[in-house]
Design a protein around this ligand. Sequence first.
Ligand code: UD1
Length: 422
Amino acid sequence: MDSILVKGNGPLNGQIPIAGAKNACLTLMPATLLSEEPLTLTNAPRLSDIKTMTELLQSLGAEVSGLQDGQVQAMSSHNIDNHVADYEIVRKMRASNLVLGPMLARLGQAVVSLPGGCAIGARPMDLHIHGLEALGAEIELKDGYLHAKAPRGLKGAVIELSFASVGATENIMMAATLAKGTTQIKNAAREPEIIDLADCLKKMGAHIEGAGTPVITIEGVDRLHGATHPVVTDRIELGTYMLAPAICGGEVELLGGRLDLVGAFVEKLNEAGVDVIETKAGLKVKRQGDRVKAVDVTTEPFPGFPTDLQAQMMALMCTAEGTSVLEEKIFENRFMHAPELIRMGAKIDVQGGHATVTGVDHLKGAPVMATDLRASVSLILAGLAAEGETLINRVYHLDRGYEKVVRKFSGVGAQIERIKGG
Ligand code: UD1
């Protein structure tokens, strides 16, 4: 297994291009199942999670031409001959569950294994199931698979989510585009990826209003057609690389960066003493002094501080002046990076959903273990701020969500290399 070697670093300077969003692409790709005509996505990131979704769509009978230069992913679902999303593929990635709504809407049936994905909590699917049942689907769990059918087709309904789940909002929104009549999703997730999905579906002929607000209204249509759509910028990759100059010093410009994608995160950076300036090409980030100040952070659904940036923010807080409290309100088991950061000399006390972090002058390099996607990259950030060398094992997590991670960090002067394992 490969590992990544990071050496403690001085200031970082230069530019980092930000890719299309993994999470947006993973919901845009299943949208192809809603139409017989091709869907072309531009700005698709080159990641192993995208390969997994490609494999899943192909297993259902879709034609996917894959990633080429210019990053285009063209898909055609004129010939869906299988309605079973197999455990062997689904277990690799929770986002596989996003084929459920589209398959049900287009084929009237779907059998989808319960997913796996990052080990950051229980992550049930009850909200997806209740929403699709409200649209008239019959769903039962047998042998680890959800068996869903809608023999008389789906029918619009008013669905109030008890929690603004991103995946449930996406699955219900996609299913509702082909349902008869009007669907209203209340307490819908408001993440930029939801807006991006709605924009794409509208290009395909769907009638959707309110994406990005808590109430989304979908007027069902008989059929959707093909479209071409650019994937929105990855706000989590953006936030991650914004932390590089915050933790090491220097000045880094994030190409394609947009403030509206990272509002709550930027507020926290500013509070910690990091300047973020809009430029023509994106966002420029510069730390004010030698060390950032401790700030408290609570993760929340968008537009709040994203859970997917909590581990990386913790790495920054490990080197801050003062004590900060990080509260995780989205996933119940998302502090697995804390014990690894403690091995690097960080002072962290985790109690339930709270982590109290007291900044230290210097972290110290150590061999550490990546436990999930975002935790892995937090260890790279910590390694850049540490004295000596940090060896990060199990980096396959990183390949799921960070395109060219070594090249992007080393492009701004970081000492980082990938070591091939056996
Ligand atoms: C998506 C993102 C993930 C991000 C998360 C929260 C993708 C591919 N992944 O995941 O990177 O961390 O949003 O911003 O877009 N829940 C239930 N029942 C359900 C569904 C969810 O209880 O039916 C709970 C989950 O266990 C979790 C919380 O709701 O505690 C948030 O989950 P959700 O918003 O659905 O996240 P995902 O769509 O899985």
